[in-house]
Design a protein around this ligand. Structure first.
Ligand code: KG4
Ligand code: ZN
Length: 333
């Protein structure tokens, strides 16, 4: 089954063609990073306008790269939630028009479910992970521990009560003067730094062992940058990321143990972070858990992951009519 998938929830317009939820026939991404960088963060109105400009050329490019004609598509999938409402609406409306014109099913996909499904995209020779497993979802907007009990059956076991870890890293990076989006630059800066040079509070929530609170950690990090004229930026970057990675990996592995999962997968933009990947390897090795890390290419926002999840949503009968609407916030459960 060949699904044409569309993603436009934030600052990347993306269109991909994915076969059987696994084989990426094409994946095209138009990033808006340069446009937002001058403002130090995503400007929703600019994001919507740029999605409108990019989506049609990307659709033609994705088809051409897959060597396909529009009528070869079996279904159209689109991210409908969560994200910036104006941005989501561009993808949803384009997908609706396409599905109607081609008389093909329309499959709505939840962005977080799709980040998890990035782990199903693989080279032909290796067997991808299958549910049940536990996913640690770490992105710019979400930090969640999710039990993936089936391809379309999810349990949110823990979540951030305030900021996501990506927000904490991005804000700290911005205060250091690193370019937007800061996470990847902080990752590079921290390589070879001393991870014990600076101390940070643990992002814990009383009486909720799998929940997180990153806003306090973010405030401590920002204050440290403001108040410390002799800050060693490299050591700061290493210490902050080590603190986040320690806590996230430790808690994901603990949750896997407590809820009886033998496999843990990372998902979301921050899963490209080297500190977190290494810590996940250490913690899951120690606990005897199987670890799945998404390939770097599928960590950030892309449409291939939408096509992967869409395949399973379709099999579960989750299609939509032309009344499909975008939703800014919506649970992955
Ligand atoms: O999943 P994503 O692309 O978008 C959302 O759904 O939010 O995640 C974006 C987040 C940003 O906070 C970005 O700074 C972060 O992922 N990110 C990283 C790295 N690459 C991307 N954070 C830390 N280290 C990285 N290597
Ligand atoms: Zn994302």
């Amino acid at each position: 089954m060949r699904i044409l998938a569309i993603e436009s929830s934030c600052d990347e317009t993306a269109v991909a063609v994915v076969a059987d939820g696994r084989y990426v026939l094409s994946s095209c991404v138009a990033s808006q990073i340069d446009a937002h960088a001058v403002y130090g963060g995503v400007v929703p109105e600019i994001a919507s306008r740029m999605h409108v400009e990019a989506i049609s050329p990307l659709y033609h490019q994705a088809l051409a790269e897959a060597g396909m004609h529009p009528t070869d598509i079996d279904a159209v999938a689109v991210t409908y939630a969560p994200g910036l409402i104006g941005a989501l609406l561009v993808g949803v409306n384009f997908a609706k028009g396409l599905a109607m014109a081609l008389c093909k099913p329309l499959i709505p996909v939840h962005h977080i479910r799709a980040h998890i499904a990035a782990n199903y995209l693989s080279a032909e020779e290796s067997e991808p992970v299958r549910p049940p497993f536990l996913a640690l979802v770490v992105s710019g907007g979400h930090t969640q521990i999710i039990g993936v009990d089936g391809y379309t059956t999810f349990r949110i076991l823990g979540r951030s009560r305030d900021d996501a870890v990506g927000e904490c890293l991005d804000k700290s990076a911005r205060k250091l003067g690193l370019p937007y989006p800061g996470g990847v630059h902080l990752d590079r800066l921290g390589q070879g730094g001393n991870p014990s040079a600076y101390r940070f509070p643990r992002p814990k929530v009383e009486n909720a062992p799998y929940d997180f609170s990153f806003s306090g950690l973010k405030t401590v990090a920002v204050n440290l940058i403001h108040n410390n004229k002799d800050l060693n930026q490299k050591d700061f970057a290493a210490s902050l990321q080590a603190a986040c990675a320690d806590y996230l990996a430790g808690h994901a592995v603990q949750a896997a143990h407590d809820f009886g999962y033998d496999t843990v997968a990372l998902a979301g933009g921050v899963s490209a972070n080297c500190f977190l990947r290494q810590k996940m390897e250490q913690c899951s090795n120690l606990a005897g858990l199987h670890l799945v890390l998404p390939p770097f290419a599928w960590c950030g926002d892309n449409a291939a992951m939408i096509g992967a999840q869409a395949y399973y949503e379709y099999q579960a009968g989750h299609t939509a009519g032309l009344s499909l609407n975008a939703q800014a916030s919506h649970s992955a459960e």
